[in-house]
Design a protein around this ligand. Structure first.
Ligand code: SF4
Ligand code: SF4
Length: 303
């Protein structure tokens, strides 16, 4: 059976198992990702549409989980500048013809930004037809004013909650979602699935090609920050770690791509499809499980 026929059969087969209330496309996407992970080939496909872009609306967080893989517990307070976001959206829309798989607005905790709904308006203006999700830890969600929910509804913004073992007012949230007709999804179970995703080697002695080959984030978990695209949050936000712990895990111009310098999106796909020099600091495939908890801001949470 050729690859095309196999893929088609796989998708047909998997559709039978879609649980109630879960969108077929989300279920298939996740199953496909898990299958590639099982086969040890998490990142072995060159993209033809940018599947995933995430942007930090804030760098800091009100939860501060230990070993957060965006390094938010050790980030300075930082609110994304609206005009910088608008510029980046215009350029990215120009490069992609407005066609991206999913645009994630996250952090840190994005609801800490006092103008969070302005980002909804801007993202939807330049990406009229794609899935846009705001991903939150949910703590502040039940306290959002009606204008927040109206903006989600008007702009077709989905609300995602990362499922941490903390108390959130699920009842009020469910009520708001129903009243305003907004799509809500709970993601993962951080109670049972928590750990150091990558144990960093601060001396950078790993073989970067081998590590990239094993990485589940490479080519799938793309971040946009200040006009630059990064293949993963580790590189995008390592500066928080470096600053707080006075380290120097070095990023070079080969570790990101500048959206204002590329001629077309193919250059972005080519960049995302190759190992990064920075991968020498990472140890994917050796996740250390641990109980979820609040960060003590100790370097051992990441190393
Ligand atoms: S809630 Fe998310 S962003 Fe905030 S510290 Fe935890 S893992 Fe990081
Ligand atoms: S630096 Fe390389 S190995 Fe580490 S998360 Fe990013 S892509 Fe994966």
């Amino acid at each position: 059976m050729n690859v095309y026929a196999f893929t088609l059969r796989f998708f047909r087969f998997i559709r039978k198992f879609v649980p109630d209330g879960v969108r077929k496309s989300d279920f298939i996407q996740k199953s496909w990702y898990l299958l590639r992970q099982k086969l040890g080939r998490p990142n072995k496909h060159k993209q033809t549409v940018l599947g995933h872009i995430s942007v930090h609306i804030t760098d800091h967080c009100n939860l501060n989980c230990k070993a957060c893989n965006h390094f938010c517990p050790v980030a300075d307070e930082n609110f994304l500048d609206i005009e910088s976001f608008r510029r980046d959206c215009i350029r990215l829309a120009e490069l992609t013809n407005g066609n991206i798989g999913t645009f994630w607005l996250m952090g840190g905790e994005p609801l800490l930004h006092p103008q969070v709904t302005v980002f909804f308006d801007i993202a939807r203006t330049y990406f009229p037809n794609i899935k846009i999700v705001i991903l939150s830890n949910g703590i502040l969600l039940s306290k959002q004013p009606d204008t927040f929910w109206q903006s989600c509804q008007k702009n077709g913004i989905e609300v995602g909650i990362s499922n941490y073992p903390v108390k959130i007012d699920r009842e009020t949230i469910a009520q708001k979602v129903t009243t305003f007709g907004v799509v809500l999804t709970y993601w993962g179970d951080r109670n049972t699935e928590w750990g150091k995703i990558f144990v960093l080697d601060i001396h950078g002695q790993y073989n970067y090609k081998k590590k990239w080959n094993k990485c589940t984030l490479a080519n799938t978990c793309t971040c946009l920050r200040e006009g630059k695209i990064y293949a993963c949050p580790t590189v995008a936000y390592i500066s928080f770690f470096n600053k707080y712990f006075e380290q120097n895990l070095e990023t070079t111009e080969q570790d990101y791509i500048d959206i204002y310098k590329v001629k077309n999106q193919q250059e972005i796909f080519d960049f995302l499809y190759k190992p990064l020099p920075f991968c020498r600091y990472c140890n994917p495939g050796n996740q250390e499980s641990m109980e979820w908890g609040i960060s003590k801001k100790e370097i051992s949470e990441w190393t």
